[in-house]
Design a protein around this ligand. Structure first.
Ligand SMILES: Cc1ncc(COP(=O)(O)O)c(C=O)c1O
Length: 300
């Protein structure tokens, strides 16, 4: 059984990770005349919120001899960076098809990369290595220390913009969304997912976590095929609203963030804004978490 963290764990995580992560700013603005708050977490070190959970996972226990994880992207970069900050060697199992830029950044952060043809093998190899003595396997989302770390994003929103009454968050395996449910202090929680990969929505319909297909432009961030057990419990308890968005809505939301606000985010982060634009989100002052910026960038 995976234990469920508490709001006290989020507060402890905030103290623990403070020296290693940025306190990201908020931007209070209007969208089509409606007051909206953006949490600019895409400005986090490594380009995503993942650094918070990874750092908290490493600092919550005596430091391991080695860290291992499975990732094709932001989580791997976050674990590599967190491990480098505390001086622990790290292995990231990754798929052969990992984008070259992401592989280079993980290697530059000091990670040893082990490549495998399929994602199933990536996870199997990381889990196997994680059983070795002195090795800490850091799960991308279904780990109480990771969830508590991700909860610090919402703790900052609540502290910096207490007037926010609903919080919109993109869901992959649900680590970030679990943190919202934990730290939102009664605010309305909106779990936004692409129609093509929506494991939280599938779990809500089935009444329990189930496998769901993964096919979306946002799959590199949101491509978990099953919602985490911690996330399913916390999001259910928080009565989170599930909102699905199409590929067209995601691309339009990403483009609008750039055109109107000069905010450059990756598709996974545009999913939450797409949910806001869908008109399905209630609230006088909603907050959209912009959770990542690791997108290809080609300067002209
Ligand atoms: C940018 C971005 N947003 C959202 C997510 C989904 O996070 P979670 O698995 O905690 O739901 C990820 C996961 O890698 C991500 O990289």
């Amino acid at each position: 059984m995976t234990s469920t963290p508490t709001i006290a764990d989020v507060a402890a995580a905030a103290d623990r990770i403070r020296p290693y992560v940025r306190r990201t700013p908020i931007l209070s603005t209007e969208v089509d005349g409606r007051p909206v708050v953006f949490k600019l977490e895409h400005l986090q070190r490594t380009g995503s919120f993942k650094l918070r959970g990874a750092t908290n996972a490493l600092l919550s226990h005596p430091l391991p001899e080695r860290v291992v994880t499975a990732s094709g992207g932001n989580h791997g970069l976050a674990v590599a960076t967190a491990a480098a900050s505390v001086g622990v060697p790290v292995t990231v199992h990754t798929p052969d098809f990992v984008p070259a830029q992401k592989a280079e950044r993980m290697a530059a952060a000091g990670a040893k990369l082990v490549r495998h043809p399929e994602m199933a093998e990536v996870f199997a190899a990381a889990l196997e290595e994680g059983k070795e003595p002195g090795v800490r396997y850091v799960h991308p989302y279904d780990d109480p220390d990771v969830v508590a770390g991700q909860g610090t994003v919402t703790a900052e929103i609540v502290a910096d913009a207490p007037e926010v009454d609903s919080i919109i968050v993109a869901v992959g395996g649900g680590g970030l969304a679990s943190g919202v449910a934990l730290a939102a202090d009664g605010r309305h929680v909106v779990a936004a997912e692409p129609e093509g990969c929506c494991c939280f929505n599938a779990a809500v319909r089935a009444g329990e976590p189930v496998d769901a297909p993964v096919d979306s432009i946002a799959a590199s961030g949101l491509g978990a095929n099953r919602i985490g057990t911690i996330a399913f419990g916390l999001l259910t308890e928080a009565k989170a609203q599930s909102v699905l968005v199409s590929e067209e809505q995601i691309v339009a939301a990403r483009d609008r963030l750039w055109e109107e606000f000069r905010l450059a985010v990756e598709p996974a982060a545009a999913v939450a804004f797409a949910a806001l634009l869908s008109g399905e989100v209630p609230g006088e002052r909603p907050c959209v978490i912009l959770c990542g910026a690791n997108t290809e960038w080609s300067p002209s």
